[in-house]
Write a protein that binds this ligand. Structure first.
Ligand code: CMP
Length: 154
């Protein structure tokens, strides 16, 4: 099944939103297969945000992402990347739709609490940057037959 990476950014950790944010993905029916607290470094951020390296906000983005620890998670599900992106809302927190993570908890463009992979391919690259094989747990989720139909699980 598809996997996607979620980071609770330093502002989400500081604002004590780890539980509230994680609960949403658990309740949705996504399957948590990796989770850890970590500090991001320049080398990782340069690759992670390579597509933003020419933007004026890049130095500020890097310094924000290194300011405090983050929580990194890997969630599994059918269409996981698209599903999680819908659940987090648009970048600008104050304009994000109510019901999304950013829409409910964020006001800022930079301090927008959460990162989620843009696509399945981006998730594979991001997971490789922060998780070792030993940190990923392919445990059997017993309620999958109540979350998806038999046809969807084939
Ligand atoms: P995200 O969309 O997850 O990935 C890129 C991040 O850069 C974005 O969240 C914000 O945290 C940050 N960002 C985007 N635009 C700006 C901006 N104009 N000024 C500062 N930070 C930004």
């Amino acid at each position: 099944m598809e996997k996607t990476v979620v980071l609770i950014k330093p502002d989400g950790v500081q604002r004590a939103l780890i539980g509230k944010i994680t609960e949403r993905f658990e309740q949705k029916g996504l399957h948590l297969v990796a989770m850890k607290m970590m500090a991001l470094d320049d080398a990782t951020l340069d690759v992670w945000y390579a597509h933003h390296s020419d933007k004026p906000f890049f130095p500020a983005l890097k310094s924000y992402m290194k300011s405090y620890p983050i929580i990194a998670m890997l969630w599994e599900g059918i269409d996981a990347a698209e599903t999680v992106r819908t659940m987090i809302g648009i970048t600008l927190g104050r304009k994000a739709a109510p019901g999304t993570v950013r829409g409910d908890f964020a006001m800022s463009q930079q301090y927008n609490l959460i990162h989620a992979s843009e696509s399945k391919e981006a998730a594979e690259k991001e997971a490789g940057l922060i998780f070792s094989d030993k940190e990923i747990f392919p445990w059997k989720k017993l309620d999958l037959t109540q979350i998806y139909s038999e046809e969807e699980l084939q």
